[in-house]
Design a protein around this ligand. Structure first.
Ligand SMILES: NC(=O)c1ccc[n+]([C@@H]2O[C@H](COP(=O)([O-])OP(=O)(O)OC[C@H]3O[C@@H](n4cnc5c(N)ncnc54)[C@H](O)[C@@H]3O)[C@@H](O)[C@H]2O)c1
Length: 349
């Protein structure tokens, strides 16, 4: 069975394997990376019901002694209680420093599993097996791990690169439509920030998933290799996210991440010509609508501005936003808060 392999060369170099049906080859793929060891699989209740037994059978067939820990599906599970419970599970199972964690699920499982692996015994190996489109193209690439705390989302985390990523693109067949669409917002983002050809190809719906996942992973890989610890170019990946986070927060997370990013990208695209950059907003809006996104902001300019004041990217009296220069090319622009307030007033009706 053919598959694609993308090597990520950062503080720890590792391969991301992408292909249809790859779960059945997981044991064979992890063996050179993990060697002989015990494996703790972290997954969530939905993924477990669909694929949990297949995962455990494949590992057993490849000679691995594996145990499994299941958290309830959903963002609320990405919390310190679950992380501590999982760490206690690893200890109760007597996993040693030569053993490994496999995070099998979407971004919630990936983030919780990665952070736990970075902490247990000061770090054990971990492998990501993403099962959502978003996790495949975004959260399983780049080594960011995190949990949410009551003060905010992703406030506690670490940079901890996996030892390998194995992405079986067939597993995404069972994703609910809205969850799949969330991932499509990130895919469109990659086209807009760095790859005009990808952006153009995304007009052919449905896209070839294996091909598109591989292209997005390669784009994120290129960015992360230049800026592993998020001090510069990685900021480009926030296209649509600064405004998107404001919308998510205002909606009390009723608007999903992907929907919010879609709305945020449209706000940024409308702002670009007012900052002397080109206007790609009609093209982007049409593409997002063709994927089923509602691109209306849903909040007024003042509400968005107030929500932005607590953004992580704010530095004193200014804030950095990513704006398109052209399709396939975005730049980071620092705006004074009052300038931003004025611009929001012009682009949000
Ligand atoms: N670390 C990073 O760089 C990074 C980047 C982006 C997002 N994230 C994080 O990722 C999380 C969002 O990820 P997500 O959208 O994958 O959410 P998720 O993990 O909650 O998955 C979404 C839903 O899909 C279900 N699901 C997963 N795979 C399935 C499958 N194959 N078939 C059917 N259902 C399936 C899950 O059970 C869940 O209900 C957020 O917590 C976000 O902060 C992290």
């Amino acid at each position: 069975m053919q598959h694609r392999t993308i090597n990520v060369c950062v503080s720890r170099s590792y391969d991301i394997h992408i292909g249809n049906g790859l779960l059945s080859r997981l044991g064979e793929l992890v063996r050179p990376v993990l060697g002989d060891c015990r494996i703790a699989v972290l997954t969530d209740s939905n993924v477990d019901a669909l694929y949990g037994s297949r995962m455990m059978e494949h590992l057993a067939c490849s000679g691995y002694d594996a145990c499994k820990y299941v958290i309830p599906a959903g963002e609320a599970s990405k919390c310190s209680d679950n992380m501590l419970a999982f760490l206690n599970f690893l200890a109760a199972e007597q996993l040693t420093r030569s053993d490994a964690v496999i995070a099998f699920g979407g971004g919630v499982v990936g983030d919780l599993g990665g952070l736990s692996a970075s902490l247990y015994l000061r770090g054990v190996k971990y492998v990501q097996v993403p099962t959502t489109l978003l996790a495949a193209v975004d959260s399983s690439v780049g080594g960011k791990t995190a949990i949410d705390i009551p003060a905010g989302k992703n406030l506690v985390g670490s940079f901890y690169q996996p030892s390998m990523v194995c992405c079986d693109t067939l597993l995404m067949d069972t994703l609910p439509e809205n969850i799949y669409r969330d991932g499509c917002a990130e895919v469109i983002k990659y086209g807009m920030i760095l790859d005009a050809r990808l952006y153009s190809d995304l007009h052919n719906v449905p896209f070839d998933r294996e091909d598109v996942v591989a292209r997005c992973v390669a784009i994120k890989r290129d960015v992360v290799q230049q800026d592993e610890f998020d001090n510069g170019m990685r900021g480009l990946l926030n296209f649509g996210h600064t405004f998107g986070h404001a919308i998510e927060k205002l909606s009390d997370f009723a608007v999903s991440h992907g929907e919010a990013v879609a709305k945020g990208m449209v706000i940024a695209a409308r702002m670009a010509p007012l900052c002397g950059l080109c206007d790609v907003s009609d093209s982007l809006s049409r593409l997002l609508i063709s994927y089923g996104f509602d691109i209306s902001c849903g909040y007024n300019a003042n509400e968005i501005f107030e929500a932005l004041l607590s953004d992580k990217k704010r530095r004193g009296g200014s804030i950095s936003v990513v704006l398109p220069k052209a399709v396939g090319e975005c730049i980071l622009v620092t705006l004074e808060l009052e300038e931003l307030r004025g611009l929001l007033g012009k682009v949000i009706d």
